[in-house]
Design a protein around this ligand. Structure first.
Ligand code: XMP
Length: 323
């Protein structure tokens, strides 16, 4: 019968057999899937695994620290952190178009990650032959991979490395659904903040700033987002909502009155949604008191924000994210 214990034992045995005395690399995104995949592989092969975390500077408040400290503490994993904030901000300078932002972030991410891989290979030797990925069952089905029992999917050709080194993929979550991944993560001793984390897009806050992405705007949005998350958690609403993007309309200003006088600041949008799978979503009917608290705190505590608005659009027609 299906138990998280069985899944873990089975995968640990498989991974050990596959990897032997070679080595593996795993990219951590801060999300549930890569964290659980890494923890599982760590349990199987210990120090033969090196994790890489690319800090693109687009994470929410406290999330990078969560990976650097809490994840490492709970798994004992070897972690290489690449501080790439300046590089991402340079690449994003002057760009407002959502698709262009996504392309730039994706491109830079691959470049930085591959460079980190190359450095690990230079340090550890060419026996680094495996790349761990947190692919889930729905991803497998979506990409036409069927229900194969293989745990290694295909070869992943990593460009830019000596002789275009080929990695074999380790995908230990290939047969699991999201809720099962969370259970496995819990069983492996990962902290709740990681295991129960709501979805967060790969391009991070870069696609929650409508307009150009700058350090100041990111810092501002991080503060507003942290307040919203804090209040939603305090109100016990984390399990009721699917996710709540907090969006900065950086290209919009409106007149307000705060303290001694007139302000001309930016609006923050709250986008709480309920959903089963993110394909469709409904806007969450949050209690007015919670919305009021979030609004008051954001306008009081975040400089340059003088208005908080609520997105009451379902998906379709609106997507969950604004970009
Ligand atoms: P949309 O905005 O398309 O989002 O309704 C659906 C779900 O996907 C997340 N999302 C992303 N996740 N990389 C990701 O890993 C992305 O580029 C990306 N874009 C959107 C979004 O947060 C929501 O859960």
């Amino acid at each position: 019968s299906w138990t998280t214990g069985n899944v873990i034992d089975e995968q640990v045995a498989l991974i050990r057999e596959q990897v032997g005395d070679r080595r593996a690399v795993c990219g951590l995104s801060g999300g549930v899937d890569s964290a659980v995949a890494a923890a599982l592989v760590q349990k199987a092969i210990g120090s033969q695994l090196t994790c890489v975390y690319v800090d693109h500077g687009l994470m929410r408040k406290g999330e990078t620290e969560q990976v650097e400290k809490d994840f490492v503490a709970s798994t004992g994993v070897t972690l290489k952190v690449v501080d790439a904030e300046a590089r991402f901000l340079d690449a994003l300078a002057g760009v407002s178009d959502p698709e262009e932002k996504r392309k730039i972030i994706g491109r830079e991410f691959i470049r930085v990650f591959e460079q980190a891989q190359a450095e690990i290979i230079a340090d550890e030797g060419p026996e680094v032959a495996f790349l761990v990925q947190g692919t889930l069952y729905p991803d497998v089905v979506e990409s036409g991979g069927g229900t194969g029992t293989a745990n290694i999917k295909s070869h992943h050709n990593v460009g830019g490395l000596p002789e275009d080194l080929e990695f074999e993929l380790i995908e230990p979550l290939r047969k699991l659904f999201k809720d099962e991944v969370r259970m496995v993560g819990q069983e492996l001793g990962l902290p709740d903040e990681i295991v129960q984390r709501q979805p967060f897009p790969g391009p991070g806050l870069g696609i929650r700033i409508v307009g150009e992405v700058t350090k100041d705007r990111l810092d501002l949005l991080r503060e507003a987002d942290a307040i919203a998350r804090e209040e939603l958690t305090a109100a016990g609403l984390d399990r009721d909502i699917w996710q709540c993007p907090v969006v900065l309309l950086a290209d919009v200003r409106s007149v307000g009155v705060q303290g001694d006088g007139r302000t001309y600041g930016h609006p923050i949008v709250l986008r709480p949604v309920s959903s089963e799978d993110a394909m469709t979503a409904d806007w969450s009917r949050l209690p007015y008191e919670v919305l009021a608290k979030i609004s008051t705190r954001i306008t009081n505590e975040v400089a340059d924000v003088n208005r908080v608005v609520l997105d009451v659009t379902s998906k379709p027609p609106g997507t969950i994210e604004w970009e």
